[in-house]
Design a binder for this molecule. Structure first.
Ligand code: UD1
Length: 343
């Protein structure tokens, strides 16, 4: 059974391709390689023994998307990761975000109807909740006005899927990710930030390996036990496994309504300092960091109520924070080895 994975050479996409192949799905990746490398294909094959089929396509272009679907009439379902995802960049270039994230979804939904493909898993984000009034955050927790164009694209995409679900046969699973980190245990695939990373874990590992001077901890005056902000970090392989559960539920017709939503996290929140301490323990490296003012737009704390995903998808996040920080470190060391070899 062929699954189209858009953004399949990216961080979460590549880990999901590995899990799909392990479950004997045939995978076609479509990616414009704007934020990922073609080498990821070989690295996936290095883990699973199977080279995924690949097309370089910009899904925000209508004709290019139509061509992709015409060439692959045997696509049975879609996992749609392809999107721009940097909060800061989205503030500077909002139209890039609206064009890329909205057009690609619309193009895909139109092609799905044309080709009678009914099942799509969509990458959403806990960013839709903003600073929620209740913790842990449930799927029914009210959505807050978005703080960034990026967050707004996720909210609008969810609405597009819902509206379209009312008038088409398309059924969807919208997965709201909390903070995905870590890497595959093989250290062959992981997160590959372009330029200076914005996110915590790549900044930590790049500092520890000597690429960055020190980590800036954005604020220690939050209303949390140690004053630093709290997030629900989830191992990317756990997240990938959730996609298998979600796509199988759609393919098996087990969904109760056409469009379902699931929070994907561990249900536990960790502060920035707790993440640093886990990293130091697992890597044996003392991390240089300095406390700075709060980062504009950051929220204080958020973590998931995962009851619904656990019960309905029959999925649970199994890997703890130490697994996450260790696997991220092994991946950074692997990248350094490649660099030393001049690759
Ligand atoms: C946010 C969004 C998430 C989105 C992601 C994409 C929320 C709750 N989360 O994640 O949905 O997918 O952006 O980029 O809106 N930190 C530092 N120093 C650093 C980097 C980060 O102290 O150099 C701190 C941050 O202040 C934050 C935590 O680490 O408290 C995690 O930050 P980050 O990894 O950037 O993710 P979020 O901002 O939580």
């Amino acid at each position: 059974m062929k699954i189209l994975v858009t953004g399949g050479t990216g961080f979460i996409g590549s880990h999901t391709v590995v899990e799909l192949q392990k479950q004997k799905f045939e995978v076609l990746i479509a990616d414009n390689l704007s934020n990922s490398s073609i080498d990821v294909l070989d690295n996936i094959a290095g883990i699973t023994g199977v080279l995924p089929d690949f097309e370089k396509v910009d899904l925000s272009e209508r004709e290019a998307t139509a061509g992709l679907f015409n060439r692959h009439p045997d696509i049975k379902a879609i996992i749609h990761f392809a999107a721009s995802k940097s909060v800061g960049e989205s503030v500077d270039f909002p139209l890039k975000y609206y064009r890329n994230n909205l057009n690609s979804l619309i193009n895909i939904l139109e092609e799905m109807t044309k080709h009678e493909i009914h099942d799509i898993v969509f990458s959403s984000s806990c960013t839709v909740y903003g600073q929620a009034d209740e913790l842990p955050v449930r799927e029914t927790t009210p959505i807050k006005p978005a703080w960034s164009p990026y967050g707004n694209t996720k909210q609008i995409c969810e609405e597009i899927i819902r509206d379209n679900g009312r008038v088409s046969k398309i059924q969807a699973s919208m997965l709201r990710y909390f903070n995905p980190i870590g890497a595959h245990e093989s250290a062959l695939i992981g997160e590959l930030p372009l330029g200076v990373p914005n996110n915590l874990i790549p900044y930590i590992t790049q500092t520890a390996i000597g690429i960055r001077d020190y980590l800036r901890v954005w604020g220690d005056d939050y209303n949390t036990p140690d004053g630093t902000a709290i997030r629900d970090y989830i191992h990317v392989v756990d997240l990938a496994e959730a996609h298998i559960a979600a796509i199988n539920r759609l393919l098996d017709g087990k969904n109760e309504v056409p469009v379902e939503v699931f929070n994907l996290g561990t249900g536990k929140g960790y502060s920035v300092l707790e993440v640093i301490h886990s990293f130091e323990k697992m890597s044996g490296v003392k991390l240089k960091y300095k406390i700075q003012n709060r980062r504009p737009g950051d929220i204080e704390k958020v973590w998931a109520d995962t009851t619904r995903a656990n019960k309905v998808l029959g999925w649970v996040a199994k890997r703890g924070l130490d697994d996450m920080t260790l696997s991220a470190w092994n991946w950074e060391k692997h990248l350094a080895e490649l660099k030393n070899k001049g690759k």
